[in-house]
Design a protein around this ligand. Structure first.
Ligand code: ADE
Ligand code: ZN
Length: 329
């Protein structure tokens, strides 16, 4: 069994495997532009973040009913559990669905039906994080948070994703302020393709508690020192970085330097159906490419639970951490 871990950077729409995409397309009478699953897999050659996002949003056309979202989450949780994931904090992109006429309630209720049974079925505890699309307007983000208000008991926090460059965190100051007022936790993608300055801005203007990716913080030694001192977690996604050409190969990933700098880094899968692997595959990838020791792998697993939003269930966090310490590599 793989080391127990939490997954903190996972877009549920990015877990849509080609086989499920075609099954849902058939169920919903949607025609996909690809001939079959093999042809679709051929399209998974990305040159940058935008080239991936174009396909990611296009394939969402097959997600229409609550059951579609339930099936999507069930499929993810089963795969994640098999790779040692014990706790998953799951992103979803409501605007990508409401823009297609799928109500936010369909998305949240569909996901919740899966998450409600995840512990008993897969042994995975879960949280939901609502993400705003940063290439949409600040007003649209505020309207989305408003639409989510009837479902806030299901939502742990808010995040910020989609095309990063040209959409700095400060654009979303008002919606993050409102999210904080509502008692929601705050995270944001920053420093994936965008500059280290976006990481600083996410911390200073949005008040985020974790940075998703944050890879480019390494270009700013003062920022690295601050992230380490303040114990701000970074949710890294190594296979994603290679597939989206943020780095050339896994061997070029700065994870070891980040660990050496005392950063609270975690390893996650981002959009596993598109990037060639789930959480455990990402751990195995960096272990092999970077020669990580069992001690370093244990540190990554420990970090994942330390960085998780389990403040509402500290006994559970303690149990998970004990499982990590007891694990033999
Ligand atoms: N949406 C889904 N995956 C993403 C990523 N890696 N970066 C930004 N937005 C995303
Ligand atoms: Zn992401």
């Amino acid at each position: 069994m793989p080391v127990p871990k939490a997954e903190l950077h996972l877009h549920i729409e990015g877990t849509l495997e080609p086989e499920l995409a075609f099954a849902l397309a058939a169920r919903n009478g949607v025609t996909l532009p690809h001939a079959d699953t093999a042809a679709l897999r051929e399209a998974y050659r990305f040159s940058d973040l935008q080239s991936f996002l174009d396909l990611y949003y296009a394939l969402m056309a097959v997600l229409r009913t609550p059951r579609d979202f339930t099936d999507l989450a069930d499929a993810y949780l089963e795969r994640a559990a098999a790779q040692g994931v014990r706790h998953a904090e799951i992103f979803f992109d409501p605007q990508a669905h409401t823009a297609r006429g799928v109500p936010i309630g369909t998305v949240i209720e569909g996901l919740a039906a899966s998450l409600d049974r995840a512990e008993e079925r897969y042994g995975v505890s879960t949280r939901l994080i609502l993400c705003f699309l940063r290439d949409e307007s600040a007003e649209s983000a505020l309207a989305t948070l408003e639409e989510a208000k009837p479902y806030l008991d299901r939502i742990t926090g808010v995040g910020l994703d989609s095309a990063e460059i040209g959409h700095p965190p400060a654009k979303f100051a008002a919606v993050y302020e409102e999210a904080a007022r509502l008692g929601l936790r705050r995270v944001a993608h920053a420093g994936e393709e965008g500059p280290a300055a976006y990481v600083r801005e996410a911390l200073d203007v949005l008040g985020v508690e974790r940075i998703d990716h944050g890879l480019r913080c390494m270009e700013d030694p003062g920022l690295v020192e601050r992230l380490a001192r303040e114990r701000i977690p970074l949710t890294l996604c190594p296979l994603s970085n290679v597939r989206l050409r943020v780095i050339d190969t896994l061997a070029d990933h700065p994870l070891r330097q980040m660990l050496d700098a005392g950063l609270l880094v975690t390893v996650n899968s981002d959009d596993p159906a598109y990037f060639g692997g789930y959480a455990g595959d990402n751990y195995d990838g960096v272990r092999d490419a970077l020669g990580l020791t069992p001690d370093q792998l244990r540190t990554l697993a420990r970090h994942s639970f330390e960085a998780s939003f389990l403040e509402d269930d500290e006994p559970r966090r303690a149990r998970y951490l004990a499982e990590v310490e007891a694990y033999t590599f």
